[in-house]
Design a protein around this ligand. Structure first.
Ligand SMILES: C[S@@+](CC[C@H](N)C(=O)[O-])C[C@H]1O[C@@H](n2cnc3c(N)ncnc32)[C@H](O)[C@@H]1O
Length: 268
């Protein structure tokens, strides 16, 4: 808001509403009023988005978008501004969802927010042109399961993905197989690694697994997402790919199968 502009009562009411809905993790600008001007990461997520906004199609006309872990809806609202036909934001935290609904109402943007966990995305019963999965993976106790569920149930084309990364940022070539006695590859800092957080990281007990860069990329590929672009240091634009299961079927037990088929019939 310009410093020279007089504060009108309507602005004060908006500021009061924003304060009552705090604390905010997303610094949104609602009719020019910032929701988290003193954010510890700066003007977040705007400052991060500025470095990769070019990687997302500028025109999403007619497309459907699912924003998983939408928080106060920064990306949800932005995708609708890009013309998406329908945008659904889901999050487990009702506090953030209230902020998101308030933001959409103030900005008069027609998007939907639902309280839902990533574990339940199958219940949506449909797929989306663009799935956003930003800043959630490291908050999960079962990160690969989340990627597999997204691949299986809600993604059909693009995935915008971000994870916090810690450790080595180098990428090494990983062999297709190793001898049982091969120990050395695991000592390389660049070998794909997920660092387990037993207690807290950054004072946050919801941080569970923090990957290094090689691990992020390997997890995405392993879950059926090809990396189209590394849009920013931690942000990837990926494309859905079919997974080539070995002839004897998927080597994990949880992908939802068509229950009308016999157990053991993994043909797809
Ligand atoms: C670090 S914030 C990221 C917010 C936003 N996506 C972004 O990139 O700015 C993580 C968000 O994921 C949500 N979340 C955590 N676990 C979740 C789960 N199992 N399913 C859906 N959302 C979850 C949190 O409530 C929080 O809003």
């Amino acid at each position: 808001m310009s410093a020279s502009r007089q504060l009108v009562p309507e602005d004060q009411a908006l500021k009061d509403d924003i304060a009552a809905l705090g604390p905010w993790f997303h610094n949104l600008r609602l009719r020019g009023v910032q929701t988290a001007p003193d954010h510890f990461l700066g003007d977040y997520p705007e400052i991060k988005f500025a470095s990769f906004r070019h990687a997302i199609p500028a025109d999403l006309t007619g497309k459907s978008v699912l924003d998983i872990g939408c928080n106060a809806g920064f990306y949800t609202l932005e995708m609708k501004r890009r013309g998406a036909a329908e945008v659904l934001g889901i999050d487990t935290d009702e506090h953030y969802l209230q902020q998101a609904r308030f933001a959409a109402e103030v900005e008069k943007i027609d998007v939907e927010f639902r309280r839902m966990t990533v574990w339940d995305v199958a219940s949506l019963g449909r797929k989306f042109d663009l799935v956003i999965f930003m800043g959630v993976l490291y908050h999960l106790r079962h990160p690969l399961l989340a990627l597999d569920l997204i691949h299986e149930h809600v993604a059909k084309d693009l995935l915008l993905f971000q994870s916090m990364q810690r450790g080595c940022r180098d990428i090494i070539r990983v062999d297709r197989d190793y001898d049982f006695n091969a120990d050395a590859p695991f000592d390389s800092p660049a070998y794909p690694k997920l660092h387990f957080v037993e207690h807290r990281y950054a004072h946050d007990e919801t941080n569970w697994w923090i990957p290094n860069r090689a691990c992020v990329e390997a997890m995405l590929r392993s879950s059926g997402f090809s990396i189209e672009a590394q849009a920013e240091e931690e942000v990837y634009l990926c494309r859905w790919q079919g997974i080539q299961f070995p002839p004897d079927g998927p080597h994990c037990v949880y992908p939802v199968r068509d229950t009308s088929r016999n157990i053991g019939d993994d043909s797809r």
